[in-house]
Structures are given as structure tokens and as C-alpha cells.
Write a protein that binds this ligand. Structure first.
Ligand code: URA
Length: 434
């Protein structure tokens, strides 16, 4: 087999065989195909698309490109969760202790921030001492002892996805349904979950911009799950405005603690309860999704979710004093207010624009080598459909001597729109697809 023939075939819009896909994945993972040829093939796939069969074959080839995790010696239904990525999306940090508080094992591999979207691993690492890198034995040990773990993607599991993802990130080929579906499902299959809940973000702050594309991605992933005997449920949730009030790493950890203590913002609580309810249902601790939601809420109200969160932070080496004194931990040097220049209703807060502003302040990476500043970000005190008068604070900007604040204010002007007409809140959960 020859990589040039495979590129040629996709360039001519032809279907790739299982063997051709496996050849590409295995040889690229081993380093026998250079990046420029892999990039040419990925771009041909992006432009000319893959059918369902090719997508399943790509998923399987990537899932089995390294070791696969066997969790069968851990009791219970192992339920995993993955988000397609958004702005202010700290859901994994909330649902992990909620679900684990019911004895449902959560063994999760997560990623770092990508582009304007934040990453679970970066948020967790903003807590002093918290360790996200570990060997597979330690990973399993933590699930056995504490019922939950979140670690960064290891070299061993689905290494092909790691390489192909990095290539897509720098060749503008991330937002393709087949490539996203195979990337996410290969990791989930390799990490041994019995059941999977996928949070597909839809909107201007997500890779899927329309509900229609979100549905296509959901159906593709549910079908891959079915073929492999892994029950998969997808939630399509709104990502037109940032989720919750805070964007930025330690800022988001603070908000997670608020939610687990019963004080979180409504939109964030709603999405967290929806995802938790599905995981509790799939983990067979509730007989319906509705019951799962009641249980999730109860675990917040009676403190069991927060207690489990504290146990989790300690189990991965995090400093518990930080959690207990989170209000004063890693606070940025400068906190500036962004106030309304008009009177009216907030009609939109562009999540992508806000994600990019947070990234410029240092909350995300502009290049692969950039260092994250965990303390910086943005906190909203008003969201879409809220009424504001001239001079009302819409958000605060948390930064460390950022040089060009003028441009930040200008970009906020562009991202936040105010109208005289009342703007109803958009739906938060568009669909649940099984
Ligand atoms: N998250 C992933 O893991 N992969 C993608 O391709 C997109 C989001």
C-alpha cells in the first residue's frame, strides 16, 4: 500500500477501504508517514468527506492504535463523558463528584484547552499540586479507591488521535463531523467505558455552529457506539453565550465550588444536572432520566457531591487548603470593570469572541508553547436577556498588568450587544439523542 495512492483516492472523492484507513493510521502513528502527507490526506477528507463506514473504520483504527484500558475488574457500569468543547465549560469538574457520589465509577481522560475553548486539564492544574499525568495502573487504582479520576490523555491510549488531533489543530481541519466523531469515540473506546454521555456544544462558541450539524455529529457518534456495544447518549446544548458566569482557569474552579455548594448560576446548574442525570441513569442508579436529575440535585443539596469533590482533589494530590480558601487563591493583580454604555436588554454575548479575549489575557494558549496564567479571565454579572442601565457592570476583567486594555474594551464592545427590545433566553438543552 502507498500513502500517495490513498491521498489521490480521497482527492478524487472515492471511498477509502478499511485496509487503507488502517494503513494510514498505523504508519502515521509509527512515524513512517510524514506530517505533510498526513496533512494532505486529512485536508482531502475534510473537503471531500467520509461516509459512515469510513468514519467507523477510522474510529476503530485510532482506538486500537495503542493500548486499550480494561476496566472490567472495577465493579459497576463505568460511565464516561466528553464535551466537544466550549467557553466557560467546566461541566466535567461538576459532574465527576456528583456521579461518583452514587458509587458510579468515573474514569475519565480529558484534554487541554484548544483555540478559544478551555480545557478540563488546564482548569484542574490551576489547583496547587493537582496531578493529571499518571500511569495506567495508578489511574485504575484511583478509580478503585475513590470511584473517580480525571487524567490527561496518555501516550499509550489512542496515540493516533493525539497525533492526528495536533495536526488538525494547525491545519484548520478540526471542525469536520467525521473527524470529530472518530477523535472523540476512539478515545472513549480505548479508555474502556461501558456507557458514554457526549455533550455536543452548538453555537458560535463551539465547533458545531448549527443544530443540524450537531444532530449529524450526534447520530454519527451514537451509531459508532451501537456498533461497538457501548451505549451512547448525546446532549445538544447551547454555546452561543459562555456557560456560567466565569471564564478562566481558577475562576472556573471557584464557580464549580459554588455549584457544588448549591449556589451556581442557573444555566451551568441546568447543563450539569442534565449530564449527571444521564450518567446516573446509564450507571443504573436511577430508573429514569428524571429520577437521575432528582438524585443529582439531592447530592448537591445534602453536601455529598461537595464532599466527594474534596476527596477527589486530595486523591490527585491537590492542596485542600486551596479549595477551602478558594476566594483568595490566585487572584489576578488587576480587576477592571466593563460597564454598559447603553440602557436596554443584553441581546447577545458572543462566546467565541469572549473565549478569544480570555485567551489573550492568558487564560488559554495562543501557541502550543504559551504558558497559561491560571488567575486571569472574565466574570459576567449580567447575561443574555438581563436589563442594564448606563454604567451597570456587565463583567469584570481579571488580568496581570495586561498592556493593551484598550483593545480588550474594544473587543468586549464587539462581543456584547444591547438592544431596546427584550431578548428571551435561548433554549439551553436543544435535544437528547440516543
Ligand atoms: N474534542 C476532541 O476530543 N476531538 C475533536 O476532534 C474535537 C473535540
Amino acid at each position: 500500500m502507498n500513502i500517495i495512492d490513498i491521498i489521490e483516492k480521497k482527492k478524487n472523492k472515492l471511498k477509502l477501504s478499511k485496509e487503507e484507513i488502517e494503513y494510514f493510521v498505523n504508519e502515521y502513528t509509527k512515524g513512517n508517514i510524514p506530517d505533510y502527507q498526513a496533512a494532505a490526506l486529512i485536508m482531502a477528507i475534510f473537503l471531500n468527506k467520509m461516509c459512515d463506514e469510513e468514519t467507523s473504520n477510522l474510529t476503530l483504527a485510532m482506538a486500537f492504535s495503542g493500548t486499550t484500558l480494561d476496566l472490567s475488574d472495577i465493579d459497576g457500569v463505568k460511565v464516561d463523558k466528553h464535551s466537544t468543547g466550549g467557553v466557560g465549560d467546566k461541566i466535567s469538574l461538576i459532574i465527576t463528584p456528583i456521579v461518583a457520589s452514587f458509587g458510579i465509577p468515573v474514569a475519565k481522560m480529558s484534554g487541554r484547552g484548544l483555540g478559544f475553548t478551555g480545557g478540563t486539564i488546564d482548569k484542574l492544574e490551576s489547583i496547587e499540586g493537582f496531578k493529571t499525568s499518571m500511569k495506567i495502573d495508578e489511574f485504575k487504582d484511583k478509580v478503585k479507591k475513590h470511584g473517580m479520576v480525571i487524567a490527561g490523555q496518555t501516550e499509550a491510549l489512542a496515540p493516533a488521535d493525539k497525533k492526528i488531533y495536533a495536526l488538525r489543530d494547525v491545519t484548520a481541519t478540526v471542525d469536520d463531523i467525521s473527524l470529530i466523531a472518530s477523535s472523540i469515540m476512539s478515545k472513549k473506546i480505548a479508555s474502556g467505558a461501558d456507557a458514554i454521555v457526549l455533550d455536543i456544544k452548538v453555537g458560535n462558541g463551539a465547533f458545531m455552529k448549527t443544530i443540524e450539524d450537531g444532530e449529524k455529529l450526534a447520530t454519527t457518534m451514537v451509531n459508532i457506539g451501537k456498533k461497538l456495544g457501548r451505549t451512547t447518549i448525546c446532549v445538544l446544548s447551547n454555546m452561543d453565550e459562555p456557560l456560567g458566569n466565569g471564564i478562566g482557569n481558577i475562576i472556573e474552579v471557584r464557580e464549580v465550588i459554588d455549584v457544588l455548594k448549591g449556589n451556581g448560576p442557573e444555566d451551568l446548574v441546568e447543563v450539569a444536572l442534565t449530564i449527571s442525570s444521564l450518567m446516573i441513569y446509564l450507571g443504573k442508579k436511577a430508573s429514569s432520566i428524571e429520577e437521575g436529575k432528582e438524585l443529582a440535585l439531592k447530592s448537591i443539596k445534602d453536601g455529598s457531591a461537595y464532599n466527594k469533590f474534596r476527596e477527589w482533589i486530595v486523591s490527585q494530590g491537590g492542596n485542600i487548603d486551596v479549595i477551602d480558601n478558594i476566594e483568595t487563591y490566585k487572584v489576578a493583580k488587576n480587576i477592571c470593570e466593563y460597564v454598559s454604555k447603553e440602557e436596554g436588554y443584553i441581546s447577545s454575548i458572543n462566546a467565541e469572541g469572549i473565549g478569544k479575549i480570555a485567551m489573550s489575557l492568558g487564560a488559554g494558549r495562543e501557541t502550543k508553547e504559551s504558558e497559561i496564567d491560571p488567575s486571569v479571565g472574565i466574570i459576567f454579572s449580567k447575561k443574555v436577556s438581563d436589563y442594564v442601565k448606563v454604567g451597570d457592570v456587565i463583567c469584570t476583567i481579571h488580568h496581570n498588568d495586561y498592556k493593551d486594555m484598550e483593545s480588550i474594551y474594544h473587543r468586549l464592545d464587539e462581543s456584547i450587544k444591547i438592544s431596546k427590545q427584550y431578548k428571551t433566553k435561548d433554549e439551553l438543552i436543544y435535544r437528547i439523542i440516543k
